[in-house]
Design a binder for this molecule. Structure first.
Ligand code: S3P
Length: 171
């Protein structure tokens, strides 16, 4: 089932706020590949926002839908995919990623992430919570899993254009 690197999709993983969507869109342009944003695909499929899905159906339903959307996108034509921060936690999603994509962990220090997520209130996991403390807990649980990515790129502080170039160099 494994496919050669040059035919693989590129899946960006990492915590919310590291810039997966913005960098992914630019990276796709740079590589002349289609781009998809996992969260937006889920919103389109569900006909509501990620926040509303969490609020009305709960995180479990969101995760189930997310896994279906990840599989559909990764089994389709080659693309750059910005995944939601929790997508890689699903073992099935992880397996499809391993088979079909080069995974890139975009890593930034938590202070940078806090600054970025505070610009927009779209993250249900942070709502009403101390963002740094919550991100610390998420990082502890997730970094071992993100660490399975094929490539790790540090993006803290840098401009998006730099992150794009760092990823292109690392591919
Ligand atoms: C989540 C990250 C979000 C979104 C949802 C859950 C997570 O995506 O999928 O709020 O579990 O980290 P971004 O990483 O694009 O913010």
């Amino acid at each position: 089932e494994a496919i050669p690197v040059h035919q693989r999709s590129i899946a960006l993983v990492g915590l919310m706020g590291v810039g997966k969507s913005t960098v992914g869109r630019r990276l796709a342009k740079r590589l002349d590949l289609p781009f998809a944003d996992g969260d937006i695909e889920i919103e389109d499929a569900a006909g509501m926002t990620v926040s509303d899905i969490f609020a009305s159906m709960g995180e479990g339903e969101f995760r189930a839908g997310e896994a279906r959307v990840m599989r559909r996108l990764l089994e389709g034509p080659r693309l750059v995919l910005a995944t939601g921060g929790g997508a890689m936690l699903n073992p099935n999603t992880r397996a499809v990623m391993k088979a079909r994509a080069v995974t890139v962990w975009m890593r930034a220090d938590l202070e940078t992430i806090v600054e970025r997520v505070q610009r927009r209130d779209t993250r249900p996991l942070l709502r009403g919570k101390d963002p740094l403390q919550t991100l610390k807990t998420l990082a502890e649980a997730r970094y071992p899993i993100y660490g399975e990515a094929d490539v790790v790129v540090d993006v803290a502080g840098g401009a998006h254009a730099q992150a794009v170039e760092a990823i292109v160099r690392a591919l």
